[in-house]
Design a protein around this ligand. Sequence first.
Ligand code: PMP
Length: 385
Amino acid sequence: MLTAAQARPSALLPVYPPFPVRPASGHGSWLVDENGDEWLDAYGGHAVASTGHSHPDVVRAISAQAERLLFYSTAVPHPLREDLAWKLASLCPEPLGRVFFCNSGAEANENALHLARKHTGRQGIVSVAGGWHGRTVATLAVTDGQRYEEGARRAGMPLSRKVAFDDVGALEAVVDETVAAVIVEPVQGLAGARDCAPEFLQAARRVCHAHGAALIFDEVQCGVGRCGAFSAAAAYGVTPDVLTFAKGLAAGLPIGAVVATPEITSRIAVGDLGSTFGGGPLVMAAALANIGVIEREGLIENAVRVGEYLARGAHALGITRVSGRGLLLGLHLDRPAAEVQRALFARRILTGTAADPRVLRLLPPLSFSFPEADLLLAALKEVLA
Ligand code: PMP
């Protein structure tokens, strides 16, 4: 029997290619569909469910805050906003310590680019081939891919200059005194969990210093404990001038965060930045509770251990190349990843694909367990046989 909602045509515009599951609830790494069947989520709700689905501590914090006060904008101070800003400052490498809250990854990157342009008085941006930074006009202009660049071009936004992945020479050749910022995902997500070489990020740091440009790390997908430390910046030991977080920060409530140095934000005055919903108390409560779970349950260490276990297990299945770090992994297959993804769907397991059609992307909750990794590996073994 179709429900009324299923029987009528959808009024929604299409966005992402849809997964064949209709989740009714979730817990940990699992979704429960409308028939009561369980699905293993190695896609982590789009890299958002860092502490798993509906972690009880996060749910309790959200409920308690909702009872007290759902919302007021940054027109009023709120202790949870101050607390989360301090928490992020303490978790990011020094001198990153000035925080602005907004509502999404693209909005965080948009503001990061704005900070860099305002600070330097320059316009140019350098980005990396394969980089993905959002769907606002300014972030489309720095995202790699024809359809994205066309969107920016149609809106009259100048495109970034792209350098090849890990190409230090190209970076050195292109960054000059016209460049406001270099924007990099330390571990590229959509490109296929491609981890930059440490030497490339070190070179980006050096070149930006030399020419007075800002270095922006887009950690929307790879940050919040996914890649070996709370920030990928700390995992790599390279400190940018601006760092952005989003997806995994508030366990599913919309958030974006820009964490920047005092120097790059020194010209920011009241009215330069803003966002009605950014920094609202409900989202702040969720993010603080979520980070509390990550710390108490040792989820960053878990992500490293389970990530290594998955990579070893994948190698044992004959997958010769596994890219990425922690629990943002790209399995480089000998066949189209979409086929493998479909075969895993049939076994009620969710995984991601990537811009590289042969890469299967794994981005499960940071709480993904060894037995859950075994289930995924056993299913992969069947599918690849
Ligand atoms: N940057 C990266 C690295 C991302 O993966 C994404 C989302 N896929 C974004 C930015 C944009 O985030 P949002 O969809 O929250 O705007």
